[in-house]
Design a protein around this ligand. Structure first.
Ligand SMILES: Cc1cc2nc3c(=O)[nH]c(=O)nc-3n(C[C@H](O)[C@H](O)[C@H](O)COP(=O)(O)O)c2cc1C
Length: 177
């Protein structure tokens, strides 16, 4: 797959994973893609926990099933846990702005980079914003003063069907001036 638009169109939230383990090396490559993401002042305000041991995967999946949501994670083979870390901005920038001002945007790029790398490797991902943060913190030993930004469930998709994207048309959000 060489065309970026094709990759962007293929990436979709996978909610049906095959019963097939994901190779450790592929998870390492996803983490590497995330590492290369851009960030404000190159502050890199992130850390990543890769959950791949089957017992932990089960525990993390249970954390995502608040209110009966995210049943599909019963079949997830791994999870990425993206954590917001303190950002150190360049002194001139820091004198004007809160140090965390870019962090959530930076983490969005970080998460998308790993999802796109996963897609190039034939893996399916689903970004997850709804989960039991206190429980997950306990299971993974994430300190109380760190915000767990997003989870991503990972596995081989059970089907290779690509759904149509439901998106605003360009004229509703883009202006060329
Ligand atoms: C911040 C964020 C949180 C999300 N949380 C969930 C979630 O908890 N469960 C879920 O099934 N999908 C979740 N999604 C996936 C979105 O529903 C999905 O990206 C959107 O509907 C577009 O579909 P697509 O990813 O298939 O292109 C989340 C996506 C983002 C970016």
């Amino acid at each position: 797959m060489s065309d970026f638009l094709e990759l962007a169109a293929r990436r979709q939230s996978c909610r049906d994973f095959a019963d097939k383990p994901v190779e450790h090396d592929k998870l390492v490559k996803c983490a590497e893609a995330a590492r290369l993401a851009p960030s404000g002042c190159n502050a890199q305000p992130w850390s990543l926990v890769v959950v791949e041991s089957p017992d932990k995967v089960k525990e993390v999946a249970a954390c995502t099933q608040l209110l009966g949501l995210n049943k599909h994670n019963d079949k997830a083979q791994a999870f990425f846990v993206a954590v917001e870390e303190p950002a150190t901005l360049m002194p001139k920038v820091a004198s004007l702005l809160d140090s965390q001002i870019f962090a959530k945007g930076d983490l969005g790029g970080f998460v998308l980079s790993l999802c796109l790398e996963a897609e190039t490797q034939g893996l399916g991902t689903c970004i997850l914003g709804m989960f039991d943060r206190p429980k997950l913190r306990e299971i993974l030993g994430i300190p109380d003063d760190r915000y767990i930004f997003l989870l991503v469930s990972v596995g081989y998709p059970a089907s290779d069907r690509v759904r149509n994207k439901i998106r605003k048309p360009a004229e509703e959000f883009v202006r060329y001036v």
